[in-house]
Design a binder for this molecule. Sequence first.
Ligand code: MGD
Ligand code: MGD
Ligand code: SF4
Ligand code: MO
Length: 748
Amino acid sequence: MSRRRAFRTCPLCEACCGLELTLDGERVELIRGDREDPFSAGFICPKGSALGHLHEDPDRLHLPLLAVDGAHRAVSWEEAFAEVERRLTPLLSEHGRDCVAVYLGNPTVHSFEASIAVRPLVKAIGTRNLFTAATVDQMPKHVSSGYLFGHPLAIPVPDLDRTSYLMILGANPLESNGSLATAPDWPGRLRRLRRRGGKLVVVDPRRTRTAQDADLHVPIRPGTDAALLLGMVRALFAADRVRLGRLEGSVVGVEEVAEASLPFEPSAVEAYTGVPAALVERLALDLAGAESAAVYGRIGTHTTAFGTVAAWAVDVLNILTGNLDRPGGAMFARAAHDPAYRRRRAFRPGRWTSRVRRLPEVLGELPVATLVDEIETPGEGQVRALVTVAGNPVLTTPDAARLDAALASLELVVAVDPYLNETTRHADVILPPPSPLERAHYDIAFPRLSVRNFVRYSPPVFPLPEGSPSEFEILVRLTAIAAGLGAGTDVDVLAGATLTRLVETAVGDPRSSIHGRRTDEILAALAGRPMAERFVDLMLRTGHGGDAFGASPDGLSLEKLEGHPHGMDLGALQPCLPDCLGTPSGKVELAADPILAEVKRLAGSLGASPAAGLVLVGRRQLRTANSWTHNISVLVRGHEACTLEIHPVDASRLRLADGDRARVRSQTGEVVVPVEITPGIARGVVSLPYGWGHDLAGSQLSVASNRPGVNLNRLTDGADVDPLSGTAVLNGVAVVVEPVSSSAPVPP
Ligand SMILES: Nc1nc2c(c(=O)[nH]1)N[C@H]1C(S)=C(S)[C@@H](COP(=O)(O)OP(=O)(O)OC[C@H]3O[C@@H](n4cnc5c(=O)[nH]c(N)nc54)[C@H](O)[C@@H]3O)O[C@H]1N2
Ligand SMILES: Nc1nc2c(c(=O)[nH]1)N[C@H]1C(S)=C(S)[C@@H](COP(=O)(O)OP(=O)(O)OC[C@H]3O[C@@H](n4cnc5c(=O)[nH]c(N)nc54)[C@H](O)[C@@H]3O)O[C@H]1N2
Ligand code: SF4
Ligand SMILES: [Mo]
C-alpha cells in the first residue's frame, strides 16, 4: 500500500465530524477535518486527530484474553469462544436466564455493528437484567419524550443554525462537542449565533468555556434545574405570555401544567436554586419575546434527582413559547433510514421491576445504579455472570468501589472490549473488537438527533487483520452460544436468517415501501456486502429517504453513499407535527400523571433548606472521551488534568492552596486529589472531571496508569436515582473536603 487518502466519520463523540486521513501503507500519517464535508466543513477536535494513535496503541488487544490463575493470557479465538460456551451454558440452564446480566456502554452506539448485534444477543440470553450507560446519562429525556411525544426516541434538538435565542442548561458543548444535539463545530455555530444578533444563555454552576462565550451566565445550585425551569413556566403563565403558535390544537394538558407550576413562585425558586427571582422572570420573558428560541439541557440537568422533570420542563418551555417544531426553535431531526410512518401507542415503563430494589424497567432496561444490588443480594434470580459490551462501569457508574468489589465475586464475566482496563480486568474472557479504522461506519442514532439532516457512510480504512473477527461476528457468535446453538455456528447463516425474517416482515407490511415485493429479490439486492452492512442497507433503502430497492430511484442506498465519501447534506430540519407524534391522542401530551406527580414532589421539597456543606459536580475535558482515551499520550500530556476545582473563598476557609492535595469524602467513599482554585466555580460547589481513576491493579494501560487521576464515581451514590427514569444522581453530591496534610479539624 502506498500513500493514500481516506474519509470517514469520527466515532469518538456525537458531533460525528468527517475526517480526512492521510495514510502511508498501514500507518496513519495525519488526520485532519474533512473540509469538503458538508456538515462538519473541516472542523476537528484533538481527539479526532488522535484516532491514529488509538488505532496504533500498543495496549489495544488483538487477541482474546483468558483469565488463568489470576492473570490474563492471550488465546486463540476458538479457545476463547469455547471457554464462554463451556461456562455460560451451565449457568443459564441451572440458574435461569436472569442470572446473566448485560451491560452495554457508550461506544456501542458509535458502532453500527454493535448497534445491530447487541439486541439479538440480549434476547438470546433472555435476561431482564439489562443495564446500559443510558441510566447514567440521557434516560430522563427518553422518558420525557415518551410521555410528551409518544416516542422515547423523538428528542427535539435546538435548531442551532437558525435560532435567535439559545438557553443551555447543564451542558458544556465547547468541551463535550454536544450531546443529544449532533453538531460538528459548536464553537463556530455558537459564534455565528451571536454574530447574527442571537443571544446565548448558559445555566451552570461552573463558568465553563461555553458560559464564557455566552451573553449571560447563570450560576445555579447543583441539582435544582427542574425548579428553575418550572419557575420560568410559572412566570410565563403569570405574565400571560403562553403562546402555542402553530401548535395550537396539537397540545393537550396546558391547564394542568399551569396549575402544577403554581407553587414555583419566583421567590421560592430563588431560595431553592440560588437564581434571583427577578432573573427567573426575566429569563422566561426573554424566551417568550425572542423571535425564535430553544431551550436545551444535558448531563447536568439529567443526572439529578429530578432529571426527568427537568428534561420534560425543557420541552414544556419550548412548547409554551411556540418554539417546538419550528425553524429556529427545538425541532425533530429525521434519519434517512427511519420509516416514513410512526406507530401510535402509550408509553408504558415499569413492565417489570428490578428484583432487589423494585426499580421499574424503562425501555427494557433497569437502572445500572442497582446492578451491584443484583450481584450482591443472594436469592432466586441473583446475578452470577455479566457480559459487558463497550462499557467500563467500574469508572462510569455510581458507588464504583462497591461495584468493583462485586464484579470480583461473579462466577463469570465476559467482556467485548479492546482494552484490559478497570472493568475488563474482572473478565474471565475478553473478546477484543478491531479498531474503528478496521470497520465501516454508518451512524444509526445520531442522524435522529442532529441539527441538520445528514447521512454518511465510511468504508473501512484498513482491512480486518487476518483471522480477526469483526465486532459483529464476535457478538453474533456470543448470541449463538447464548441461544444454545454452539460456538461453532456459522455467523452468516445465523445472521442471514435474521435478515431474511426482517425482509419477510417488510414485504408483508402494507406500510413498508417494499410491501408486496419478493423476499428473494430483496435479499439478492443486499448480497455482496458484509453481513452487518446488509442490515444497514435494508434499513436505509426501506427508510423514508431510501430507494425502496429501485422503486424510488432518487432515494438512498449504501451504494449511492459510496459515491459521496464526504457525506450528504439532507437539508435543514423540517417541521413534522402532528404526523411525527406517536401518542395515543395524536397530540403533544403535556400532563402525563407520572410527571405531574413528580412535579408535585418537587414542589414539596422547595421549602427544604439547601444542604449546608459543599456539593460535588462532574465535568468533561476536551481531550478525553469518557473513561477510555486516557491511554493516548498526545491526549494526556501537559499539566495535571484531574483536579478538584474549588472557589477561592471555600479554599481559604479550608486552608487549601492551589495544588495542595485534598481529601474528598462522600457518603460512599473518598478520594485524594490536587485542588485547583478558580473563581470560575460557584461558592459551595466543587468539581472533579469524570472518567479518571486508572490506578487499579490488573489493568494494562501503560500511559493512563502513569497519571491515573481519581474516580469521581467512588463518591457518587447508587442509592439516589431519578425515580421515573432510574438515572443515577451524579451531580449535586454532598461532600466534605479537607487538606490531606493537616491534622487540624477544619470547620464544616
Ligand atoms: N460521575 C459521572 N459519571 C458518568 C458521567 C458523568 O458525567 N459523571 N457520564 C455518564 C455518561 S454520559 C456516559 S455515556 C457513561 C459512559 O459509560 P461507559 O459506556 O461505561 O464508559 P466508556 O468510558 O464510554 O467505556 C467505553 C468502553 O468501551 C471500550 N471500547 C472502546 N471502543 C470500543 C469499540 O469499538 N467496541 C467495543 N466493544 N468496546 C469499545 C473501552 O475500552 C471502554 O472499556 O458514563 C456515565 N458516567
Ligand atoms: N471531550 C469530551 N467530550 C465528550 C465526552 C467526554 O467524556 N469528553 N463524553 C460524551 C458523552 S458520552 C456525553 S453524554 C456528552 C455530555 O455532554 P455535556 O452534557 O455537555 O457534558 P459536560 O461537559 O459534562 O457538561 C455538563 C455540565 O453540567 C454542569 N452541571 C453539573 N451539575 C449541574 C446542575 O445541577 N445544573 C446545571 N445547570 N449544570 C450542572 C457541569 O458543571 C458541566 O459544565 O459529552 C460527550 N462528549
Ligand atoms: S468533536 Fe467529536 S466527532 Fe468531532 S473530531 Fe472531536 S471527537 Fe471526533
Ligand atoms: Mo454519554
